[in-house]
Ligand binder design. Structure first.
Ligand code: PGA
Length: 234
């Protein structure tokens, strides 16, 4: 089920989401948190970092998991999900490498998928998955299609995803991504779906129809027991 909570603007969505993240790490100091990248969660992460510092919360035992990654970019390319998470979350929080599970940007293959899934299982599974929704309704890089691959996989990017703002900084065209699958996302104990920004109305309306469709991968969250969707008034 998805419970929807409306907020007047991006700042208040981010404030509420960062409070939820802080509450989780205070309640469960060894939480395993899967994190999306992109414009939507950016302010949530910045506010979360500020709150961790001001509250002196201990995040040394929290494990972060990277949701997805573009395939084919060098690891230090500023367009990577890696660069985003290092800059906005991992470095400011001082997260040790052993508390971070992630696809290596330039090494996407089936072994890499299997490793990430195995490491998540070894940590006891995801406590929370922080997600955004794509303009095309995708979740992570689970792209709309006639059928969906349930497991962690390498995917061919939808043409709208190839135009994603993050890729404007890439030094070459990116045609593939690697992503946790819907099976992995739906196995998280809780999901926090953030919806904000231009161009999301169509995907968000489709989500709100309560119909599960492979054409709107985010609609699979209707099958999840505890998803909160925080969204900006549209
Ligand atoms: P955005 O991307 O947060 O940058 O809008 C979300 C997505 O495409 O999944």
């Amino acid at each position: 089920m998805i419970s929807f909570q409306e907020y007047p603007d991006y700042e208040s969505v981010s404030e509420a989401a960062s409070e939820q993240l802080l509450a989780l790490v205070q309640r469960k100091p060894d939480a395993v948190i899967c994190v999306a990248t992109g414009a939507t969660p950016l302010l949530t992460y910045q506010r979360f970092v500020d709150k961790v510092k001001s509250e002196k919360a201990d995040v040394s035992r929290v494990t972060f998991v990277k949701l997805d990654e573009w395939v084919g970019l060098a690891p230090d390319n500023p367009a990577t999900c890696e660069a985003f998470l290092q800059l906005h979350l991992l470095k400011p929080l001082g997260i040790e490498p052993e508390r971070y599970i992630a696809f290596t940007p330039d090494k996407a293959d089936h072994e890499e998928s299997a490793r990430v899934v195995r490491e998540i299982a070894e940590c006891g599974g995801l406590d929370l998955c922080v997600l955004g929704i794509g303009k095309n309704g995708h979740l992570g890089l689970n792209e709309p299609d006639e059928w969906l691959e349930p497991a962690c996989h390498i995917t061919s990017l939808d043409e709208r995803t190839r135009l994603h703002d993050m890729l404007k900084q890439a030094d070459r065209p990116v045609e593939q991504g690697i992503t946790l699958g819907l099976k992995d996302i739906l196995a998280a104990k809780e999901v926090l779906l953030l919806v904000a920004g231009e161009g999301k109305q169509q995907a968000f309306s489709a989500l709100r129809e309560r119909k599960v469709s492979t054409k709107v991968p985010a609609s699979f969250l209707w099958l999840h027991p505890k998803t909160s969707c925080l969204y900006c008034s549209m």
